[in-house]
Design a protein around this ligand. Structure first.
Ligand code: SAM
Length: 251
């Protein structure tokens, strides 16, 4: 199987037992059986979403699961950036937020904290929030499968703005994208080498003055991304790319 690009599938850690693994996800089963029409004996790569990857062959099919023989654990993942990027994102209207989760995964972002600030438009009751979050996590998992990551970007449960401000990520400096910032550029904010950055991006309506004040009081450095007003999803994409270019693995 050497040399041939093997298809990658997500496997839950608890479905790996010794040298055997079981795929139970109906979407993955459909993809393997109906779309790719793989057969017993075909080789695949399994990734657990937490950084481990295995070469495996299909051992048998049944309507609700596919069993595979694990051949070997593949060398440690080279698709994870040395920089831990956490994006705090004002929740956007659904397709834009879905798109940004997918792009953030491709750009090596580690975690996303969706938050409700005063100008976030979508407002959902609890049940809908849980459905949204599992949908977002699935988007991240599918994007990881496509781009070759073995670690899946973590989408946290939605927080209030104040809760998002209070979240601590060890070793990460805190910045917030503020189009009214007159002087500090991203380069100014990254003068000292850091292992992580927690960056807040406002929703379509931006941050209120009060929220900008609270963020600064919470230790977040306001950062200007040039003279033009970027759409929220553009700002999320740009900050992820620039951080990976300056401190991560895009340079
Ligand atoms: N308040 C903006 C306005 O007056 O049109 C709308 C907010 S903008 C669409 C969404 C978010 O992108 C902002 O909250 C900010 O976090 C970020 N952003 C957009 N342009 C930026 C810039 N030039 N510098 C820093 N952040 C920016």
């Amino acid at each position: 199987m050497k040399g041939m690009k093997l298809r990658r599938f997500k496997i839950e850690r608890e479905c790996i037992r010794g040298q055997e693994a079981i795929i139970k996800d109906p979407g993955e089963i459909r993809h393997i059986c109906k779309v790719l029409r793989l057969k017993v004996g075909d080789g695949v790569v399994l990734f657990d979403g937490e950084g481990k990857e295995y070469q495996a062959t299909i051992a048998s099919f049944s309507p609700r699961e596919i069993s595979l023989a694990l051949l070997e654990q593949l060398p440690p993942d080279t698709t994870e950036s040395p920089l831990r990027v956490i994006l705090g994102l004002g929740i956007l209207k659904s397709s834009k937020f879905d798109w940004l989760i997918q792009k953030a995964t491709e750009l090596g972002v580690s975690e996303i904290v969706p938050f409700y600030s005063s100008r976030v438009i979508p407002r959902w009751e609890e049940k809908r929030i849980q459905l949204r979050q599992s949908r977002w996590q699935k988007i991240a998992s599918e994007a990881a499968k496509q781009c070759g990551r073995t670690k899946v970007l973590i989408v946290h449960s939605p927080r209030s703005f104040q809760e998002a401000l209070a979240m601590e990520f060890e070793g990460a400096i805190k910045i917030f994208l503020w189009e009214r910032e007159k002087t500090r550029s991203l380069k100014d904010a990254l003068r000292q080498p850091v292992s992580g950055v927690y960056a807040l991006v406002g929703p379509e309506g931006g941050f209120s003055e009060q929220e900008a004040l609270e963020a600064q009081e919470g230790g977040f450095l306001p950062v200007r991304l040039g003279p033009r007003i970027l759409r929220a999803e553009t700002a999320g994409l740009v900050i992820s790319s620039l951080l990976q270019f300056i401190l991560g693995d895009l340079s």
